[in-house]
Design a protein around this ligand. Sequence first.
Ligand code: C2E
Ligand code: MG
Ligand code: MG
Length: 602
Amino acid sequence: MSSFQQIDEEERLKDLFSLEILDTESEERFDHLAQLTARILRASNVGINLVDRNRQWSKSHVGIPASGKREDSLCSHALNNGYLEVPDTFADSFFKNHPAVVHPPFVRFYAGVVLHGPTGHPVGTLCIFDTEKRRLTESERELLIALGSLVEREMNFDHERVRAREALIDITRRDAETGLPNEKLFIENMKDLILVFDSEERPFALIHLRVDNLDAITRLHGRAMRDRIIAFLSNRLTAADNQTLLAARIGPSRFCAVIPLMSIRSAFDAALPLVNSLREPIEIEGHLVRADLDAGLAVYPEDSRTAEELMECARRALKSPYGIQHIYAFTPESEAHAARQLALEERLESAVIKNKTYLNYQPVFRSSNRDLVGFEALMRWNDEKFGQISPAEFIPIAEKKDRLSRLVTQWVLKTACKEARRWESNYRSATFRIGINIPAREFYQSDFIYLVKSTLADHRVVADRITLELTEESLITDIDHAIDSMQRLSEIGIKLALDDFGTGYSSLSYLRRLPVDLLKLDKNLIDDIPEDKEARSVVSGIFGIAAGLGLRTVAEGVETEEQLQLLQGLGCDLIQGYYLGKPMDADGALNLIESHHAQNSR
Ligand code: C2E
Ligand code: MG
Ligand code: MG
């Protein structure tokens, strides 16, 4: 199992030293590969060994460590062979008297694949050995060789990075900013990995990560902060406690990672801890900043057996309609869905400009006496080609793009204010408020407050006719900044509601800091209260905390008398839901005000 090669020892050592790896600390990335080798090849002893002038030094090992004198080293014999395999040292005329065979560790079986330095000289090996004889199968041998090339690439990585810096970046393989592989190198690495995983019939997941708030962060805090976020993400991706086999940066706001799976069904569970660890808030100059991440998942071998196709699948998965916690699995339907989304995005813009969208108003009642207290404005769109489209579908599309999000917000604010003006002119003494949903990203636009103020002024609407509803997502990018915007809105008399409470991060701990007046409990929480005792106590707990913080509460999606009664009993202030009133058009809302007004003035 060898092809002998003459070695120029001085050149070889030059290559080894240029790696600057000897006597360095242990590193997770190598330990990880050593462990992977042990697991895959069921080997008790693994070494990533480097052969110095007079000694062998082990960068990483599993089982028996193999640093020592050069004459005791088996790996040094592998150097001129490219690959050395000795199934039974006792039966080998040369190796049976070798110090490593006749003395501890009494090596009986050895297989080592040579690792090369930056200029191609042999510098060490990835080896496995045992005290029992063993013959590798052809596929095991291929695995060892494939693993060797992963180790070799990793080992040359730092060298490459230094050289790349010197040569003003080798743009063909690495991302200049993070040193992570770029898409090209990542695909090459994945191909090697597929060789390994293929013969083992093991699945893995490819995760495509997209950071959605990088622009917002740059705008708010400048380029340096953005760079810190990128560095954080790249460090997290390669951190020891994360199970990533490969990581890459494939675009300004896009990363990729490969993680091993126990089964193809466990992809989501395996990806979630990694994605969440990337979502952790980081403190930079007193600000808590968090990456707003979407993740697309593709699974090997289920979705594809080739690296390039897997990349495509993960990319397309991001457009899938079925996401949980913003993690999207690839499905064959993703494709059709992506096409529809693109079409909707294009049509929505012109629908808004041409005023083909309209608002519905859903009434909100006081829970104690069922008095009408206001409405929530809900956007509707009836498209000529696609028919009625739910805001649950088109709002997320609009919210992805700054410009479209602004267009929609402007339109909703204007339309709701116009209506508020009309109602007020008719029923001056009626008290009502209109809730307006505001996309998360608006809280980071510098002119948002101005937009609100000027729209109110244009339509002569006083601030206390308006409640702005925001979701917890608004707080992700930079909670302090969001709070600042919220405070400035409060100062002009606008009330704020935290919408869909109980679905997102729902951290009660930061609730205290938010200048909100109203907590809107999501329908999901309300649905279960008649049957589920636990749900009732969660809801009751939230009401208790809200009361303690001086917040009023709204229950959303109340559909039955039973729910209404329970909510009353639990101390909920306001009720919104089909049971007391479905969303209606503007005239319907005006009629409702009229009848309540008449009732109350009787
Ligand atoms: P949301 O702000 O939580 O609005 C409440 C949603 O619950 C509305 O759905 C409403 O029709 C629905 N709903 C209310 N009561 C019941 C009930 O008893 N049963 C059931 N099954 N559903 C009920 P809609 O109108 O489909 O809106 C969905 C989401 O789209 C809204 O959730 C909001 O996040 C967003 N959205 C709607 N209009 C706008 C808008 O003008 N601007 C923005 N930025 N987002 C909007
Ligand atoms: Mg809402
Ligand atoms: Mg809601």
